[in-house]
Write a protein that binds this ligand. Sequence first.
Ligand SMILES: Cc1cc2nc3c(=O)[nH]c(=O)nc-3n(C[C@H](O)[C@H](O)[C@H](O)COP(=O)(O)OP(=O)(O)OC[C@H]3O[C@@H](n4cnc5c(N)ncnc54)[C@H](O)[C@@H]3O)c2cc1C
Length: 587
Amino acid sequence: QFLPETSNIPCSTAMRIRTLLLQAQFVICGSTAPSLNGAWDYIIVGSGASGIPLADRLSESGKSVLLIERGEPSSGRWGGMRRPTWLEGTNLTRFDVPSLYQSVWAAEEGINNTGIFCPDIEAPASCVLGGGTAINAGQFYKPHPRDWSTMPPGWRHSDMKSATRKAFTRLPSTTTPSKDGKSYLTNGTNIALAALTDPSLSDPYQFISVNEHPELKNHTVALPEYYFSKGERHGPMSTYLVTASKRKNFRLLMNTTVQRALRIGGDIIGVQTDSSSGSAGHTGTILLTPRTGRLILSAGVFGTSKILFRSGIGPLDQLKAMQRSEDGPDMITEKYWIELPVGTRIDDAPAVYMAVKKADLETYPWEQIWYKNSTDKDVRKYLEKRSGPLAEVQPSIAPVFWDEVKGEDNRTRIIQWTVNSGSTKELGTVLLFASTLSTGKTSRGTLSLTPDLKLTVTKRPYFNDPGAHDFAALLSSARSLLPILTNIPNATLLFPPSSDPQELEKYLRETIATSPTLSSNHWTSSTYMAASCTDPLAVLDASTTVCGTTNLHIVDAGIVNSVPAANPQAVFVVAAERAAEIILGLG
Ligand SMILES: Cc1cc2nc3c(=O)[nH]c(=O)nc-3n(C[C@H](O)[C@H](O)[C@H](O)COP(=O)(O)OP(=O)(O)OC[C@H]3O[C@@H](n4cnc5c(N)ncnc54)[C@H](O)[C@@H]3O)c2cc1C
């Protein structure tokens, strides 16, 4: 009798909700966190680049905030356990040491990466506390003004000033993460910098400090900026999460996967959860404060889309497919589906490489760091002083440079290049130039949930734009780089195989057609934010409220409508700061 047919709420939960609703008229928001059987003012799903800053800001208000994370603890500070032998006896894990970043890709014996990437997502999405910020390379760039140009009013560059200031006050960036303030193994950096800024070039790149001048992305070069600090991974987990956790009205729940939002029509009343790790997590329902509670999805481009689909929110064909999946019996009745274009215009920066072989290049055996022991001199320097090469994410990521290219469609596209120095048995020592086409690109893709509940990219968001202007921009930037590469002393071109411009175009076309993935892991734009829900592309409006609902919000990479000019996570932290201002203003 109590449950209307518009709900997807298990009957077993109904009595608890009824009791809470009856109590609601007497409840004054408390300053301590309720138990998991109580009701929460804000439930935030996902503890990544956006979820953690948002949780901290919302908990400042005194309202109760529950942050739910499907993964295990990562950093030692939060109870993480994964570490190589040389970190045993310390409070650090593999996630805390910048130079162990590379080990997340390792398939070697002794390195257990199981469960770090989400097993149900085709792209490499992190599924541990901290999300991408626990495992990524830590590059942290102030947003370019045009990063906000595809956003609705309230989210444009001029609206983001206070949010940007707040984010970079909590997370200042540095070009020298080592505690002694020095840079290590700079040979590759110096070679690339000398080649790019060579005064004998007709148009040398201009060296800048990129976080002082985020707007300068045309033929500029910089040292990478990181949020690492004093030789350790810094970031949201060691700043925002620390302050949030000191508040009595905040609780972090790990090892718990949110399956779906429980709703009565467009009103969200709570979430259904499943423990991701036996008794370590929570299985059941967790409820919002009746009438005033808000559910915020910060589970990333893929995680949030999955929760929306499972909650009966998404494109009709996707929801129909879900109905036939193992989730079908638990789905909300078709009559109450909310049809929205979730995942229909996803974005990511495609990564395409050029490289030179250079026998005299000095490199570091990064892949061996895991297997070092505590007598190794670099290990000692790290453990005793948080300094030396192991204090850096990978000193070989340097420098970073940008080009702007105006296309025949009158759009200006930005191409970022990141230089890596490394070596392999087959190729020898190599300077690798990785391009990522970003701001201004128009190619878009789609994602879908398969019947066995795996998220896949069904159309890649790369080089599929009418007129092929995205490819023309990449080609133009690569062409201007080619003579610089061929000028590097003692170096020979590796790819493209020759300096003939025709060969370059052929090489780029072949790479794009044949690469199994072109992803740079800079996914955005799965849930389009429009000025209002009358826009046919809208999944949410500028208040971050999902269309057709009263209290369901999204705050993560998915709400940024196009891929940012540089590595994107700072943009998502800034977006979370802005979202907190807006959501708190909703009351
Ligand atoms: C290997 C790698 C390297 C990268 N390097 C950089 C870099 O150097 N600089 C940069 O700017 N960007 C980098 N990125 C990208 C950056 O990390 C992401 O863009 C960013 O983390 C996205 O933030 P988010 O808040 O949207 O989601 P995420 O940070 O992915 O956080 C989402 C969180 O939600 C959790 N979650 C998902 N589903 C559920 C559910 N159902 N229930 C509960 N919890 C759930 C996940 O476990 C995760 O913790 C990198 C990405 C990868 C994969």
